[in-house]
Ligand binder design. Sequence first.
Ligand SMILES: Cc1ncc(COP(=O)(O)O)c(C=O)c1O
Length: 425
Amino acid sequence: MVLELSKRAQQMLNKRDFLDEYTMLCMHDPFNQDTNKKGYVNLGTAVSALCEDVIQKRMNEPGLFQFGSKEQHYFPMWGTTEMCEALASCLTRHLAPDLPVLPENVLVVNGGVAAMEVLACCLLDPGDVLLTPSPCYTRIIVNFSERFKVNVVDVLLRDTNEISVGERSAFELNGDLLEDTIMEQKATGRVVKAFYLVNPNNPLGEVYSPQLVLQLMEVCHRHGLHFISDEAYAMSIYEPQTPFQSVLNLSPLPDPQKTHVIWSFSKDMNLAGIRIGALISQNKDLLHVVKNTSVYTAVPAIVQKAAASLLNDTVWLDEEFLPTHRQRLREAAHKTQNALISLGAKVQPAQAGFFLWANLRCFLPKVNHDEELALFKRFMAHKVYLTPGSEMRCADPGWFRIVFSSAPHVLEEGLSRIADTIKEL
Ligand SMILES: Cc1ncc(COP(=O)(O)O)c(C=O)c1O
């Protein structure tokens, strides 16, 4: 009975989220080389199965989920003391060696998506504008708009020309573009409150330089915007010698009170299932409000206990897991890139993340979003799911995001289904 729901819920009733919808479709009929050869190969959902062996061995060691009285009762819902300390120490070691992260500036929430919603709630009023470069990870739009009614507006990155591997001109982000978009929005009378940067970028796989990040932060500072740096893939940079600097390690920050960082267990730790995200900020008012409302976003104490032990096991994390994670990402990325290029696709140069951004325009009879969607449907008919660029707000038709971090034999199967689809065109 629709009418019995609130107006808010009624608005949500018919909304569909593309990424969720297709993840679920693949989950209900997944490819399995022994038991379900005709199932879907999911090269669309950004998770990594590359280190399942390393993760599961460590997670199943005795003691990790040891249940005691601390895990039985209420606890600081914004993060147990052990977890905030473990996160602060891990983030300092890996992202901010020069500027130690303080445990009191770290809040634990149930995933990166929850961290986004918390920021939507605390930093922006309904109708206020949050800017983010597009193509983008579209949950940013959902998370800021669905319940807190933020107006998410693209800083439109364009495919400036036909790129070839090695050149870095397409989808370029720069301070002028951000400045222009802010001015355009202000000219319409809107209140522009925040800028959201995903670095390393999803879906482009690009790592932004510290110089560019500072330039963007200065533009934000000049216009009084909050700067949100989503660094969910910061420890998933697989190309060595890539210059990356976390915002946590930048000094001086143009506006420390308006600078906030998001990190998550889902990507860098390969643990999307345990639902842990972190929000790091020096803004005492923000921290206060988030703590006061943290009952809505708490992570179970037993899960935090296990997760903190993982982070504190520096030998396992720094010497075993992370090097293996990066090495396997690198191999899978190169293999996928070569396979796509051999088919005639163009691939955006990438250094990080679980995916490649590939231009399949040459396979479209006409270059438009309808034909892109038609190609997507052909892939789906071959039971391989890739995300079409239009579903990531890409203005230029023909782009797809291809996740390469499935188990190697699944990736192999997915690449061969892509090839079969293209041969059939
Ligand atoms: C850039 C980025 N941030 C945040 C998230 C959310 O991750 P989670 O809510 O699983 O922590 C994702 C997931 O795909 C992501 O790609």
